[in-house]
Design a protein around this ligand. Structure first.
Ligand code: HAM
Length: 451
């Protein structure tokens, strides 16, 4: 049987893998400047980490989580028809996002001791959501995310947003083609009354809205702003707005965030209907959208403040804020803008054996070159010299080292510049150092080699 990859997943290799690595290197660089260090949490967590953190009534938890059962547990679940009898520690899911797991790790490892300074961490890795697959929407996708725990200061909200915009810019995205949307979702003091007002509004317009929105009125009324149904969205255009319902503290916090963004020269659009799909948000939320080349999935990143999440995950009350960026969506946006994040194909020095009796010398030359820090490649299939030269081109070789019987007898090798076809003889005993110096020579390194 010829197996195929699961729907909505991708094999990452070649240029796309280099782009994913470049995105992580850019994150390490940009986020490092803001004092963030890297963390890796498990790709699976106890289901409750997501249920408590993201919210029981969210689509992500209700419809999109991939559940994981190890061998015997799976058999037990099949037999019982439910996982209700499994201990919480055995009820696992692949992470649909990184924040809930990060906060679980922060509680478990006491990242923020009482009175401690804020902790800033970033992560990169695969996330899993059982969504309907379409352009820019996968079931295993990759996120780069950043989180800060330990301070409610609105300056932090602004700095996190500024860092996100720096990141996009450093990846090569055109700022003029991005929209930064911001909103405040209030806090436990003002949001409940606002939620009730929206729920009442939906019920008053019940005959104009879809079944799902009517359910949302009871479970998660703010999600009605994101309903895919045009008729519902048209009705919701007249719904009460959170901006008018914020308590004084939240309004002041939001005003400060905007003041800092203005000061930093970051353009944004206020969108009072921006509610995001995860329940843990409080106060500031934001999303960045790109229109060109994206199809329906225009969000290349988003995030917000989550001041209540630590408690939901069993920790002490600790404010938090962060964002995540989708690699696959960034790639769509970069491709539409003609930006190559992967960089040029890697080059090498190709060592050619001009006759079978030179094979051992080629082996030794490769060994020496690699130990000197030079990427070296050679033929392993006894190809003719002509065909080895073709292979050298395929490997984007900048130099070829040719070892033939005459050279071997004279203790030399011929080094050929693949761009100019200039050749020179180099003593075999100095080969590794001489070739390394040639490769590192600035003029040579910057020359335009055929890719
Ligand atoms: P999110 O908005 O659900 O937020 O996801 C962040 C980004 O991940 C999206 O803007 C999008 O680029 C990408 N993304 C999401 N789902 C998919 C998918 N199915 N296929 C491809 N890309 C996708 C979060 O995940 C929050 N944890 C962000 C956060 C961090 N908030 C606070 N801290």
């Amino acid at each position: 049987m010829q197996a195929k990859k699961p729907e909505g997943t991708e094999d990452l290799f070649g240029a796309r893998m280099r782009a994913w690595q470049a995105m992580q290197a850019t994150a390490a660089d940009v986020f490092g400047r803001y004092g963030f260090s890297a963390i890796e949490t498990p790709a699976m967590e106890q289901v409750d980490v997501f249920v408590h953190g993201i919210g029981q009534s969210t689509d992500v938890v209700r419809k999109e989580m991939f559940r994981v059962f190890s061998g015997q547990n799976f058999a037990n679940v099949l037999e019982a028809g439910t996982d209700a009898k499994l201990k919480p520690g055995k009820r696992l899911a692949l992470r649909p996002e990184g924040t809930a797991g990060f906060v679980r790790a922060a509680v478990e490892n006491t990242f923020v001791p009482q009175g401690g300074a804020p902790v800033k961490m970033w992560y990169a890795g695969p996330m899993f959501r059982g969504e309907r697959v379409q352009k820019g929407r996968l079931r295993q996708f990759h996120q780069v995310g950043a989180e800060v725990l330990g301070a409610p200061d609105p300056a932090l909200d602004a700095e996190v947003i500024i860092m996100l915009m720096d990141f996009y810019e450093e990846l090569g995205l055109d700022r003029s083609k991005m929209r930064l949307l911001i909103n405040s979702m209030g806090d436990p003091a003002c949001r409940p009354a606002y939620r009730d007002a929206v729920a009442t509004f939906i019920r008053e317009h019940a005959d104009e809205m879809c079944e799902e929105c009517l359910v949302r009125a009871d479970t998660n009324p703010l999600r009605a702003f994101d309903c895919k149904n045009d008729a519902c969205r048209a009705v919701m255009a007249d719904a009460p707005l959170i901006t008018d319902a914020l308590c004084d503290e939240c309004a002041e916090h939001y005003a400060k965030v905007k003041q800092y963004l203005d000061e930093a020269g970051i353009a944004y659009e206020e969108d009072p209907t921006l509610v995001r799909g995860l329940d843990y948000y409080t106060r500031t939320v934001f999303e960045v959208q790109v229109t060109e080349g994206m199809g329906a999935q225009s969000a290349i990143g988003g995030g917000g403040r989550y001041d209540g999440l630590m408690e939901l995950e069993g920790g002490k009350p600790t404010p938090g804020i962060g964002f995540a960026v989708g690699f696959e969506r960034i790639m769509l946006a970069l491709e539409a803008q003609g930006v190559n994040l992967a960089g040029p194909e890697p080059t090498c020095v190709y060592v050619v054996s001009a006759a079978p009796e030179c094979r051992d010398a080629v082996f030794r030359a490769c060994l020496g070159l690699r130990r000197a820090g030079v990427t070296a490649e050679a033929d392993y299939q006894g190809r003719s010299m002509k065909s080895q030269m073709k292979q050298a081109d395929k490997h984007h070789a900048r130099l070829c080292v040719i070892i033939g019987p005459d050279e071997l007898a004279a203790g030399e090798a011929t080094v050929r510049d693949m761009r100019t076809h200039e050749q020179r003889s180099v003593p075999l005993e100095n080969l590794a150092c001489d070739v390394r110096d040639l490769v590192n020579d600035d003029a040579f390194a910057q020359a335009d080699f055929p890719a």
